[in-house]
Design a protein around this ligand. Structure first.
Ligand code: PMP
Length: 407
């Protein structure tokens, strides 16, 4: 049963049991309509209330300023690797409506702190390739800082960033799900994202997929776009939430007419999504419905983001303290060496000693009901993801097991 299992999956990840029970009911008979939520039109009054409720609750939960629009999109976090480039290059082009011959492709500054920001950078490189030989590229993706040579074990120091003055945007990933690296949100922390070093007028984009609604976002207004795939803290996979500053909702067709920008597929244009209240085409109604229930649950039962922040902090501190003790005994090793950069959501470590030890750890964990602890296939090791729906009790039990295993 669910009670016998502690699910530490990195995503899709556990959702609150009470929400899933309500969703199961809604799947069969939504609000006594005699029809399930997946059987109702996305343009009917029932679904309209669901999506509008989700939007209002998210705005309240995160205190999203009025000059930002919330969008529900498809294509996952990966879809946004592309959509961000297409929409922001279009916005940049519209601000610079010079004749094509005079247009200078802008720089796109990427901060590389792990696997996901690297994938986003690779997509920017792909999308901006010249449309035909002997023609300029659409943009110049550039690395503003990279921790690759240190195997993603820390965040850049302030003096390791180099931002371009005239970049169309700066891109970073707030929490690297695979590597377990997260920017601290205390601005006074030395590892905090250096908003102050980004040149004026350069837009800032953040991938919040795996830390979304785990704690307040203190500086939404410093961003042009914040986005997150739902499948960690918010709901099932299939929906991606965007927070976009209103002046960036631009007509990408108009930009295409000026030339020198890649064309934007219609479902990826933020303006189209905004003008149609995220219902330009059929949205993923079930993931949006479950996300709406999760948001209600967080507001009503979990004390909003302040309540979540304090529990999430406690969970992370307990687990890191336990692993530090195991590390001192030479039994385990934390992957992220800089304490300031350790993720509250994805705790990555290895089991030291003979190669079989890791398997023994995972087998023992499995027997106790600790599930999905295996690290990402690209890096190996162990990863305990402790998203909102993972309780402090589950983390305490995992810590007991680690203590036992690492004696
Ligand atoms: N960004 C981050 C931080 C992620 O964790 C993930 C997926 N785990 C993605 C992007 C890609 O999201 P998706 O699989 O929804 O395309």
């Amino acid at each position: 049963t669910r009670d016998q299992v502690h699910n530490f999956a990195a995503g899709p990840s556990p959702l609150p049991g009470s929400v899933l029970e309500e969703a199961a009911q809604g799947l069969l008979n939504y609000d006594d309509t005699g029809m399930g939520i997946c059987e109702l039109s996305h343009r009917g009054k029932e679904f309209k209330a669901v999506i509008e409720g989700a939007e209002a609750d998210l705005r309240k939960l995160l205190s999203i300023p009025e000059n930002y629009t919330i969008l529900f999109s498809q294509g996952g976090g990966t879809g946004q690797f592309s959509a961000v480039v297409l929409n922001l290059l279009s916005a940049h082009r519209l601000k610079n409506p010079v004749p094509a011959q005079e247009f200078k492709p802008p720089v796109l500054d990427y901060v590389l702190t792990g696997s996901w920001s690297s994938k986003a950078y690779a997509e920017a490189q792909r999308l901006t390739l010249p449309p035909f030989p002997n023609c300029p590229a659409f943009a110049e993706p550039r690395i503003a800082a990279s921790m690759k040579s240190e195997k993603w074990t820390r965040l850049p120091r302030k003096d390791e960033y180099s931002f371009s003055k005239d970049a169309a945007f700066v891109y970073y990933c707030e929490n690297e799900t695979i590597n377990g690296i997260e920017f601290p949100h205390d601005p006074s922390n030395e590892a905090a994202f250096p908003f102050e070093s980004v040149p004026e007028g350069v837009e800032i984009v953040a991938d919040y997929s795996s830390s979304f609604i785990s704690r307040p976002i203190l500086n939404i207004e410093k961003h042009a776009i914040i986005y997150a795939g739902a499948q960690k803290n918010l709901g099932p996979s299939g929906v991606t939430v965007l927070i976009v500053r209103n002046d960036l909702l631009v007509d990408t067709t108009e930009a295409s007419k000026l030339g020198c920008v890649p064309h934007t597929p219609i479902t990826y244009e933020y303006k189209i999504l905004a003008d149609n209240k995220s219902l330009y085409n059929t949205p993923p109604t079930f993931p949006i419905y479950v996300s709406a229930l999760v948001l209600k649950h967080l507001i009503k039962d979990k004390g909003g983001l302040e309540g979540l922040e304090s529990t999430n902090k406690q969970k992370a501190e307990l687990l890191y303290k336990t692993l530090e003790a195991a590390e001192k005994k030479g039994k385990a090793r934390l992957v992220v060496r800089d304490e300031n950069a350790r993720s509250w959501m994805n705790v990555t470590f290895t089991i030291e000693g003979a190669a079989e030890e890791e398997k023994r750890f995972l087998d023992g964990a499995e027997k106790k009901g600790f599930k999905q602890l295996k690290g990402h296939r690209s890096v190996g090791g162990i990863r305990a993801s402790i998203y909102n729906a993972v309780t402090l009790d589950s983390v305490k039990l995992l810590c007991e097991y680690i203590n036992e295993f690492c004696t």
